[in-house]
Design a protein around this ligand. Structure first.
Ligand code: 218
Length: 188
């Protein structure tokens, strides 16, 4: 099939819609603020297929959409700077997973592809939760249990979210790749 910019755009719109739909599945761990962000699955897949620039753009759109549809109503937007850091910026940097796209495109074995899926997911999730970690220290410290410092609380919540979200995303993407490797390749 002839690949056009329109293909990349439409595919991005579908992935963003899918990512946002997945946000409606309950995804906090127990009573904690730790979350399993299922939306990373389509967003990282898109960045792995299309690279950094489309990935950053799709992440930015997803962040704005999530802020409007869920952020304001859940009380997760505390002020303008925090809102900008934790929605458009934090969601956009998931697209950094696209740094693994070139390696994945040139990979020939299942092991190598799995390695690039892991690398891309870690890059995207780490970048996103680093933003939330910083925001957690500055803006969410008052939610820390008595006696716990703001940075340790933020590290536990956002580090925990990064780890569980990365594990779930890698497991699902590898489970998709094994029976359907064509989904990770862009036809030329
Ligand atoms: C310690 C702490 N608690 C809450 C937040 C806010 N936060 C964390 C992760 C993801 C998101 C975006 C919606 O999924 C938000 C708003 C924080 N940064 N730190």
């Amino acid at each position: 099939m002839q690949e056009t910019k329109l293909n990349v755009l439409v595919e991005g719109a579908v992935m963003v819609a899918f990512a946002e739909a997945l946000e409606y599945i309950p995804h906090t761990v127990g009573v904690s603020a730790i979350e399993v962000q299922f939306g990373l699955i389509p967003l990282v897949l898109y960045a792995l297929r299309r690279g950094v620039k489309p990935g950053l753009t799709a992440g930015l759109v997803w962040g704005l959409l999530d802020m409007v549809l869920r952020g304001f109503s859940s009380g997760s937007v505390l002020n303008a700077w925090q809102g900008i850091l934790e929605y458009p910026i934090a969601f956009a940097v998931v697209g950094l997973a696209g740094f693994a796209a070139a390696g994945l495109a040139g990979a020939h074995s299942k092991g190598t592809v799995t390695g690039y899926i892991i690398l891309g997911t870690i890059l995207g999730a780490l970048a996103k939760y680093f933003c939330h970690f910083i925001a957690g220290i500055i803006y969410w410290g008052s939610y820390a249990p008595k006696g716990q410092s703001a940075w340790l609380y933020s590290l536990i919540v956002n580090g925990g979210s990064a780890v569980v979200s990365t594990i779930v995303t890698v497991l699902v993407l590898v489970a998709i790749y094994l029976p359907a490797p064509q989904l990770f390749r862009v036809s030329k």
